[in-house]
Write a protein that binds this ligand. Structure first.
Ligand code: GUN
Length: 295
């Protein structure tokens, strides 16, 4: 029987586990606060940001909602980030990406105080992660590791194929998986759009993590019997005239071969949201010198 890994369940455990840490902070008079900055009128970005704010409010994190006109000059965003960096009541800052074309993504990421960079995208946090001394693990890779932990998947000595080399998922995930640490010690093959014979790489893997942003790229014929399959993809496609969400894995064929698999939706997505809360609580503890136990 193929096990369906339920991301909603694991995310709910993470959120519950954060309750004690948030209560400890409250006892010290500290309310963790996340500032979300949206400089876009893209409906998907607006939805993502409002979901993140709702998640915060549900667990007792204050959400500070900052919205900027997408046509405003870049300086407006940099000034906002500077103010949030300096505000002692703001513990985490998330600038929703993508920002408008006239604003440099790279410069925005660099402008955020690394101590408040709950996305884990700042070069200081990336460098620490690669060096094996991470503070904020990026939310999606961290969520994937939590799913593997919950499903009792042993990564030590395992062959893992990561498909996709983005800065947000593929690269940090590959780095975490090779570290000498819990849920590390794997042998990682990092595959991407120029990889020759992808199926040969995925078929060798005990664990396949699909994060390429290509609908149903990985199917059952590309997996070894019993493989663990983690699908990071969220792709909107048209099926029979209807718009629907599919992952980077062809779920129906993959589940016939896999030992365990995440669905889309309901797999990695809820974990990404939960790990943002985790990083915000962690940031708050570090900034206030309140010792908090994280789940
Ligand atoms: N846009 C899409 N995903 C993300 C994310 O994880 N963080 C931020 N800041 N923007 C995003």
């Amino acid at each position: 029987m193929t096990r369906i890994i339920d991301g909603n369940d694991v995310a709910s455990d993470v959120r519950d586990g954060l309750g004690d840490a948030i209560a400890t902070l409250e006892d010290d008079g500290v309310t963790p606060t996340l500032a979300t900055v949206l400089m876009s009128d893209d409906p998907a970005s607006e939805t993502y940001v409002s979901m993140k704010q709702e998640d915060c409010e549900e667990v007792g994190i204050e959400a500070l909602d900052v919205e900027l006109d997408p046509d405003a000059p870049a300086e407006k965003l940099f000034g906002t980030v500077e103010d949030l960096n300096a505000d002692p009541n703001v513990n985490g800052i998330l600038v929703q990406m993508p920002v408008p074309d006239h604003v440099s993504n790279r410069d925005v990421i660099r402008a955020i105080d690394p101590a408040k960079d709950v996305d884990g995208f700042h070069p200081e946090n990336v460098g620490r992660l690669v060096a094996g001394d991470p503070v904020f693990k990026p939310c999606t890779p961290h969520g994937v590791l939590k799913l593997l932990e919950d499903a009792d998947v042993e990564t030590e000595g395992a062959d893992v194929a990561v498909v996709g080399r983005s800065n947000i998922v593929g690269k940090p995930l590959a780095n975490l998986l090779v570290q000498k640490a819990d849920y590390g010690n794997a042998t990682v093959t990092l595959c991407h759009s120029r990889t020759d014979d992808l199926a040969e790489k995925t078929r060798r893997a005990d664990v396949v993590i699909a994060a390429a942003g290509v609908p149903e790229l990985v199917d059952g014929s590309m997996l070894t019997e019993g493989a663990v399959v983690i699908d990071v993809g969220v792709n909107r496609v048209d099926r029979d005239g209807e718009s629907t969400l599919v992952g980077d894995v062809d779920f129906e064929s993959a589940k016939e071969v896999a030992g365990a698999i995440t669905p889309v939706p309901g797999g990695v997505g809820p974990m990404t949201r939960a790990m943002l809360l985790y990083n915000t609580v962690m940031a708050t503890g570090r900034q206030t010198d309140v010792s908090v136990d994280l789940p």
